[in-house]
Design a protein. Structure first.
Length: 317
């Protein structure tokens, strides 16, 4: 059902409520001259779109005042409020009508599902976005290196504080902020950005400030760089293919990826490299596990092809 049809149904609900209410109020005894005091009534429907919920409420005519409780500590006195929830979960939402010395409360459960967009950005309730940084601690089976292949099978495990171990630990302080409206912001704290070493040698050699102490195992460098100020992000769930190079022979081949969620950013995420791509392996409220491509063949015709996938974890700030 389209959003427009859903809103039309919500408006139809209001008309139906009024009709039912009118019938309910014609409940008086013709022989009874005493005033009949009617208890106010309320009801509502809602439309959930991600973490944003549009409420459509109705109260009876004998209502003096009404109020919403969204179940997360927030309230409203609007008739049809729109509310953004900060986290996934079940919320008990109530609409209370007060009048004629009594009150009536209608309560319903609103469920916010943990969508990738909400987990990544914090949703509309966080207009400043959600910031992530590289996680230093190692988790067995999660961080390491793999070939450029659909299975993403790790053949080389990582270690705790890998970047500190190779002299590039300052990059653990850099943050990557995703905002629900599609904006993406990088803050490289010391003005240097982590980059693939082969890419940096070919394209930004004069700006290299620090090189990995073990370039064969960790081909990265810290490079003077100003991130884009107009970068955006999006999620692509379509299957895709890339030209890659074999880590043993350097021979090019086509790698096909299916069933993955690819994170598209207008500037780098984690580290910068030629034609880099990012696959989100898993994400929750506090941790995001990704696979990032990196080129490792020092040849002018091949360095832009990914050779490895670095499996890294990011922690929410």
């Amino acid at each position: 059902m389209t959003t427009m049809k859903k809103f039309k149904n919500m408006k139809s609900f209001k008309l139906l409520f009024i009709a039912i209410l009118s019938l309910a109020l014609v409940q008086c005894d013709d022989d009874d001259d005493d005033m009949v005091m009617h208890k106010p009534l309320s009801d509502f429907q809602f439309l959930v779109e991600g973490s944003l919920v549009t409420f459509n409420g109705k109260v009876s005519d004998d209502t003096d005042s009404f109020s919403w409780d969204f179940g997360d500590g927030n309230t409203s006195a609007e008739e049809d409020p729109v509310h953004a929830y900060a986290a996934a979960g079940d919320y008990e939402v109530s609409l209370t009508a007060v009048g004629s010395g009594s009150s009536f409360t209608e309560t319903k459960t609103v469920t916010i599902l943990p969508s990738l967009e909400i987990l990544l950005t914090g949703g509309p309730a966080k207009p400043e976005g959600k910031s992530w940084r590289l996680k230093a601690a190692y988790t067995a089976g999660i961080e390491g290196a793999s070939g450029v292949e659909n299975s993403l099978s790790i053949f080389q495990p990582s270690i705790d504080n890998l970047l500190h171990a190779v002299g590039l630990g300052a990059s653990y302080e850099d943050t990557f902020t995703f905002i629900y409206d599609g904006r993406y912001v990088i803050d490289n704290k010391d003005g240097n950005s982590l980059m693939g070493l082969i890419y940096a040698n070919f394209e930004r050699g004069a700006d290299i400030r620090e090189v990995s102490w073990d370039p064969n195992l960790v081909p990265l460098a810290n490079v003077l760089y100003t991130p884009a100020t107009d970068a955006t992000w999006s999620i692509d769930e379509e299957d895709f293919s890339v030209m890659a190079t074999d880590p043993a022979t350097g021979a090019p081949y086509q790698a096909n990826f299916t069933g993955h969620q690819r994170l598209i950013t207008g500037d780098y995420f984690g580290f910068k490299d030629a034609n880099a791509f990012t696959i989100i392996k898993s994400i929750d409220e506090t941790t995001m596990n990704v696979a990032l491509s990196i080129g490792a063949v020092p040849h002018p015709d091949l360095y832009t092809f990914p050779t490895l996938m670095f499996h890294l974890s990011f922690e929410a700030m």
